[in-house]
Design a protein around this ligand. Sequence first.
Ligand code: PEP
Ligand code: MG
Length: 883
Amino acid sequence: KQWVYRFGGGAAQGRAQDTALLGGKGANLAEMASLGLPVPPGMTITTEACLWYFSHGKCLPDEMKEQVLEALAEMERLTGRNFGAITKPLLLSVRSGARASMPGMMDTVLNLGLNDETVQALGHDAGDARFAWDSYRRFIQMYADVVMGLDHEVFEEILEDEKARLGHDYDTELSAVEWQHVVALYKQAIEEELGEAFPQDCHTQLWRAIAAVFSSWNNPRAVTYRTLHKIPQNWGTAVNVQAMVFGNLGSTSATGVAFTRNPSTGEKRLYGEFLVNAQGEDVVAGIRTPQSLTEEGRLASGSDKPSMEKLMPEAFAEFKAICEKLESHYGDMQDVEFTVERGKLWMLQTRAGKRTTRAAMKIAVDLVDEGVITEEQAICRIDPASLDQLLHPTIDPRVERVILGSGLPASPGAASGEIVFTAEDAVEAEAEGRKVVLVRIETSPEDIHGMHVAEAILTTRGGMTSHAAVVARGMGIPCVVGAGGLRVDLRNEVLIGPGFTLKRGELVTVDGSSGQLLKGEVPMVQPELSGDFGRLMAWADAARRMGVRTNADTPQDARAARSYGAEGIGLCRTEHMFFEGARIHVMREMILAENEAGRRAALDKLLPMQRSDFIELFTIMSGLPVTIRLLDPPLHEFLPKTQQEIEEVAAAMEMEPAQLSRRVEALHEFNPMLGHRGCRLAISYPEIAQMQARAIFEAAAAAAKETGAPVELEIMVPLVGLRSELDYVKACIDEVAADVSRETGLPIGYLAGTMIELPRAALRAHVIAETAEFFSFGTNDLTQTTFGISRDDAASFIPTYQRKGIIEQDPFISLDFDGVGELIGLAAERGRKTRADLKLGICGEHGGDPASIRFCEEVGLNYVSCSPFRVPIARLAAAQAAI
Ligand code: PEP
Ligand code: MG
């Protein structure tokens, strides 16, 4: 079995598409090597080896070890260096590399292969003993931490003590001899703490490092990260063992990261940062603020530190050409890492760069214009759920900004919240329903849970590629990094700036688009949805088969949904119209009436209110289908609850409060969700359905007159389980239609249909379709009734189910394809058998969930309907499902 894939010297055994086996990093290293790019030679140990390791008591397969040694021999040949040798020693980096990017979650060991002897040889080779001893102490520290499990703080303390003793402020002031002494102290500390010596044998170092990197797949923060990002826990990681190159060999050496286009805006400009005389981790760690790669970038940032373009023109020119080559080869924006060792450029990584949604849009559209990808490919490049980001508000340009500080605009959008200084505080505040801005000196993977719940993030250190910046962009959270004019005092929990001090809990606004921190909570505006967004959505609209409608109950919702591209209303929950203002009183009168006459009196008052609402909805949706659902919810939702409410309602109804209380009690239900609701109400009180039908038809006639376009009307009956239920209610509606038609002298056209939200309705779809002219799948109730899980109580145990692996997804968010999905498929098929032109749609929450939308496409629904904000998501997801 092949456990190890080699690369380097212009050739490779793997390819870019082998990510499942080689991980993202390994597959792309192989691809770069085979393109003839300068990649330090190395090998990738497969994810299969990692799975084998876990299933065999954390043992490495012997065959794998043999293959590693063969690959190592090849690396020695290519580099002219030898692993563990006392002249020209070969040093290795050992890095994790999973199938999906998990930034900083797993472990890495650098400078492997150093020991008391090879360190001398390295110093001799490099002509720099200080560099060699510094590398050795870094290696010991990393190895002890990752492989031996000794906390790095032990070493930091030793180093701080030494610096104090020697009178040095900075690490850079230590001489070779002084580092040598630090190394001795480090080794001594390991023996004291662990009762075990630091291993001098290079092969032992290697095997243990490989095992440790495999093990890091299952460290707690990696597990959490995978849960958050829905990455399967059983993929395992690959390990990349590669010849070390050094960016810290003096002023002609450097290390950096770059995006081939701006990851924040999408602009087609090489965009990146580097540090002279530094090792890779230094850039990402955000400890020194890095310099711009290009002159243009330097000018834009107002920095006076020279760019790479100026400082290392030859290496820069080669690097730029490689970036262009990579971009056209992959047909996408790349995120690359590189090192310059004494003037020689080495490529260490490439991958599709993380970007903001805005940038993703621009890049996809530009790549189509550049002829690199097709419109369909562009559509598939955008994660539909991420469109949410574009709908994020930005700061109202008309307001005066009180600027407290500024840094780099790392992730766009703006948000306000109270200052917190730790991830724990962020989580705690969020749990209490407060909005927070997480303020840190810099962030690390340990802060992920706090970053996730924050409205915005601010750091005082680090660049555009620092941990905070990368993670915030990925999460779509506004973020400002490197706000150097501000200082975090963690002990006193304050943020100090020129002339002010902000305490924990004070309100601020982070503007991730301008890089500013503003005082207080600032008014926001909704973004424009044109330009690249408009073009991409137009392509999506052309590519999709299903219609996209909206769930809208108010004119506001309907208008917003139209502006987001909704093609009609798939669900108008008429009961929502009754909650507003004084209407609830009339509604209560209706419900609490003791007889039909009382009910009719209240309904007469409700009729004009409903009619005027419908006229407005029909006018906004002129020419588009509108589905109006008859009253659905359990009546108790409208009942007065407090004594005061009871008294008020009693007074309005000229009733004794005690009598009213009795009526309220009589209406009490043990399980209202399965009680007197839906079409059951219309059957008990047909006058309610009659009033609603009249309001609808009169409004349709009025709107048609006003707009000149007939209303495409669909009337929907909720919670039907029996065909006879639907027959009864439909007869009421038809009768009213005939009346209104007679009164107005106009013909009335409409479809009568039903929701499918009970398993019985799905099973009997062929019979129900004899009456129903359309079905709309109410997957909220259908999920509730199929699982027998109360939709209002699910939150108390579904998270536990997920944590314990009982279910993967919350079925109320993403459709349960196997169970609820089977019912939908069956109902669609049976319904269409009876009525070939039966219109099919979905109006449960799932209608806005991309995975569920894909399922709807497969089942052949005519349209999906979702809340207004999700309409763009649904348009794109429907297009992707159709491609
Ligand atoms: C449903 O049940 O999916 C539905 C859309 O109706 P409601 O959420 O109003 O019960
Ligand atoms: Mg329902």
